[in-house]
Design a protein around this ligand. Structure first.
Ligand code: HEC
Length: 139
């Protein structure tokens, strides 16, 4: 027991040291302390997209930053382009109503946050599209 705990402790130290080393290398290379393992989340001047970004960071980011459970990642242009052929209205509807079935959602209605208004969900979708497809965002 003691030795297992000891090994765990050593492992913990080892990981910490490696993390610090990686951080320092990252700081030297990039000159900043941001987490480079996550994609950049852009900022837009458009107030609607700014509002969408706020909702996205609070709710949608949980799945759409890293692609949890098959969620299309923000910035993954290929994945979003394939979905965008449905048109923006269909993507809005799927985000509001969810994809899947009760108790078996892949994309939960409103990202699982029932208090979000339709407009907030639409803005979050628009933000994710603008961040992923830029000017290729469908009308
Ligand atoms: C619990 C995880 C989760 C959260 C939170 C979540 N999503 Fe999703 N989302 C998914 C998954 C998984 C898919 C892929 C579903 C599929 O294609 O079957 C998806 C797909 C989508 C799509 C593409 C729909 C389509 O027709 O292809 C949109 C748009 C979307 N989400 C918007 C949002 C927005 C906006 C929010 C925040 C309000 C959000 N999602 C929060 C998991 C999530």
């Amino acid at each position: 027991m003691t030795s297992a705990l000891h090994r765990l402790y050593i492992l913990g130290q080892h990981v910490t040291v490696r993390h610090w080393a990686a951080c320092i290398v990252c700081l030297v290379i990039t000159g900043c302390g941001s987490d480079t393992s996550a994609p950049e989340v852009p900022v837009f001047d458009d107030p609607q997209l700014q509002q969408g970004r706020g909702t996205w960071v609070q709710i949608c980011r949980n799945c759409h930053l890293m692609g949890v459970a098959g969620a299309p990642r923000i910035g993954d242009a290929e994945n979003w382009r394939a979905r965008a052929v449905k048109g923006r209205a269909a993507l809005h509807q799927n985000a509001i109503n969810g994809i899947g079935e009760h108790d078996n959602w892949t994309m939960p209605p409103r990202g699982g946050e029932a208090r979000l208004t339709d407009e907030q969900v639409r803005s979050a979708v628009d933000f994710m599209l603008a961040a992923s497809l830029g000017t290729d965002t469908p009308q």
